[in-house]
Ligand binder design. Structure first.
Ligand SMILES: CSCCC(=O)C(=O)COP(=O)(O)O
Ligand SMILES: [Zn+2]
Length: 217
């Protein structure tokens, strides 16, 4: 469980979540993975009912304040009266919420990193990776295991994208982990983890693996 799910969703909890989201966001913007107003991030702040603190829509993600977060429900719709700002939530909040619901993630990060956008275009049926040391960092074996990063077609309806994600998602089982990333072709990548730090590791490692796949083709 991530630290934001441990107790009541107080103003202090939201302020801390907002500060972490802004800091992580600035980091990805500085890497060039969030050009203009691209990208969005969320942390799960409640499970029953599901509540996410997600970045507000249309802002420069390199310049977020800790108050630039909106509380959304399982459909990605803004919830009033539970804290956060009254700005418009990310247009992609619905996919964040679906990923959090299906995978149990405590944090989801979405960026428009170049290798992910390119790989999703080249391999719309999924990006197959094998025999790479960094696979260990996303929960898989460095040798002898075929790992597919799922790819879904881009679209503006988050329910359609969420359904496409769920159809491809392979749940963790005893002795096997999930793949904690999803490419949206010609758009970007989502990565998730138990908290923002692990989601960041999964994102950075997956983007690096995709760069290798592209360099080798
Ligand atoms: C400017 S890029 C188009 C929108 C997008 O893909 C994105 O990641 C940012 O959307 P948001 O609503 O979260 O600002
Ligand atoms: Zn996007």
């Amino acid at each position: 469980m991530n630290v934001f799910e441990e107790g009541a969703v107080t103003d202090e909890v939201l302020a801390r979540a907002g500060a972490q989201l802004a800091a992580e966001s600035a980091r990805f913007a500085a890497r060039g993975w969030m050009p203009g107003t691209a990208g969005n991030l969320s942390v799960t702040v409640g499970r029953d009912p599901l509540r996410l603190a997600v970045t507000a829509s249309g802002l420069d993600k390199g310049e977020l304040a800790s108050s630039d977060i909106v509380i959304v429900d399982a459909d990605g719709a803004g919830v009033r009266g539970e804290g956060g700002s009254e700005q418009r939530p990310s247009a992609e909040a619905g996919l964040h919420a679906r990923i959090a619901a299906v995978t149990g993630a405590g944090a989801v990060i979405h960026v428009h990193a170049l290798a992910a956008v390119t790989a999703g275009h080249l391999w719309p049926a999924g990006v197959v990776l094998r025999d790479l040391e960094m696979l260990k960092g996303i929960g898989h074996s460095a040798h002898g295991e075929t790992v597919t990063i799922p790819v879904v077609a881009n679209g503006q309806d988050m329910t359609v994208l969420g359904d496409a994600f769920e159809a491809l998602y392979v749940r963790p089982a005893s002795g096997s982990n999930d793949v904690p990333a999803l490419i949206v072709a010609d758009h970007g990548i989502y990565a998730w983890g138990r908290d923002l730090r692990q989601a960041r590791w999964h994102l950075e490692l997956t983007e690096a693996l995709l760069q290798i796949a592209l360099a080798r083709r």
